[in-house]
Design a protein around this ligand. Structure first.
Ligand code: MG
Length: 401
């Protein structure tokens, strides 16, 4: 069998548009500074993954920080993170791929995300590969917003200038009932609009006692959430969810394994309480699959974990189309800009532990956090973060950083 090429034609494919810096480029990256920062926590945190013996208490977190500057004198700062393991690995990978951004126009963020993605393609489409890209992507968005003189939320197109905020630190499993009440009081005094209690005690009855005690303790207008950190199975989660279904909880978070999209969809169908999940997903593909499966009433995507602001915005578009609410995970200083740019009212998650990394503090009052008015993310690395820097590497020419 041979092809008769005299009668068969296939059109030549044009080269992929935009894979190179083009004639319309307006600026060029000339230097990048990469830092691996290890931020200690004031107190160790234990969620249900620790009680099931799968993880050790969290005592620190690792930041990959990317600072960049351009020929035109613009600067940008972005970051990504990991918990327990992988900080040095992300930093090492970042050092390998950073030179690929030199001389590129930092305005072409989507194209540069694609360029980096193909650099790490062999490592997989997600995980550490994408979390490393996230730090570069966020720095590019920060630079673009600073160049425009706008807060990131305004550059994206904000729907509001403050976002609902809740706190869960102090509500971990090792705390006593008196302890969670006292921690909730401290959070409310700071203006939080909700309190999230960790669940997943070995004795489920103890979880119910803690939920009941906290709900009775909180004012009626303060939202309450619970978070099982993926440690239940479908049957237990359904039984538990039905018992607490009349409490009016704002959401039940990660009742099941993060990859059990169908199980989460079953619970979302069966319970009146909204089901929230998505924080563990590390790619746009996974996020879209979760939403299209009906696996969440509230999407908790985490911009650094999903690969940066660029894929997060694409996930937001799908969430909006499917009328899914948003409550981004962790990294509140970054997520507040994204939550403010989402059409539906969102929640941002507050952690005291994150504050030490930056010089700036979020303004919280009446259950809401103000979107910072400073250009870009509105963040600068704290002196403490400079002290906690375990490794640093410059690429290209760094003069202003
Ligand atoms: Mg969680």
């Amino acid at each position: 069998m041979t092809l008769d090429l005299s009668s068969r034609r296939i059109q030549a494919r044009p080269p992929l548009a935009g894979v190179k810096r083009g004639a319309a480029s307006q600026d060029a990256l000339k230097g990048l500074r990469l830092s691996h920062v290890v931020v200690p926590l004031k107190a160790a945190l234990s969620d249900a993954k620790v009680l099931t013996g799968r993880q050790t208490p969290l005592v620190q977190f690792d930041l990959l920080v990317v600072e960049m500057e351009s020929e035109a004198g613009e600067t940008g700062m972005g970051y990504s993170y990991t918990l327990r393991a992988g900080g040095a690995g992300m930093f090492s990978l970042a050092c390998e791929i950073a030179p690929r951004l030199l001389e590129e126009d930092p305005n072409d963020i989507d194209r540069l995300w694609e360029k980096l993605r193909w650099q790490v393609n062999s490592l997989g489409r997600g995980g550490m590969a994408y979390q490393t890209i996230a730090a570069f992507d966020t720095a590019l968005w920060d630079m673009k917003a600073r160049r425009a003189g706008l807060p990131l939320a305004k550059l994206l197109g904000a729907h509001r200038d403050h976002v609902r905020i809740y706190n869960s630190e102090g509500q971990y499993l090792q705390a006593s009932i008196d302890g969670i009440k006292a921690a909730a009081d401290r959070s409310l005094a700071l203006g939080m609009g909700g309190i999230k209690l960790k669940v997943g005690q070995p004795d489920g009855q103890e979880d119910l006692r803690r939920i009941d005690a906290l709900r009775r303790h909180l004012p009626d207008d303060i939202a309450m959430m619970i978070d099982a950190n993926q440690q239940w199975d479908r049957t237990y989660a359904l039984q538990f969810g039905r018992i607490v279904d009349d409490l009016g909880l704002a959401f039940i978070e990660e009742p099941l394994d993060a990859a059990d999209f169908e199980g989460h969809a079953m619970l979302a169908d069966a319970l009146a309480t909204p089901v929230a999940t998505g924080e563990m997903l590390s790619s746009l593909d996974e996020a879209v699959q979760l939403m299209r499966t009906g696996g969440c009433d509230i999407a908790q995507f985490d911009a650094p974990r999903i690969g940066g602001i660029t894929p997060f915005l694409k996930a937001m578009n799908v969430a909006e189309e499917l009328r899914i609410d948003l409550a981004p995970h962790w990294m509140m200083e970054l997520q507040v800009h994204l939550a403010a740019a989402y059409p539906q009212e969102s929640w941002v998650e507050h952690f005291f532990s994150l504050e030490a990394a930056f010089n700036e503090r979020l303004e919280i009052a009446d259950g809401r956090v103000a979107v910072p008015a400073r250009p870009g993310l509105g963040l600068t690395l704290s002196d403490a973060s400079r002290d906690w820097t375990a490794a640093r590497h410059d690429v290209g020419t760094v003069t202003r950083l």
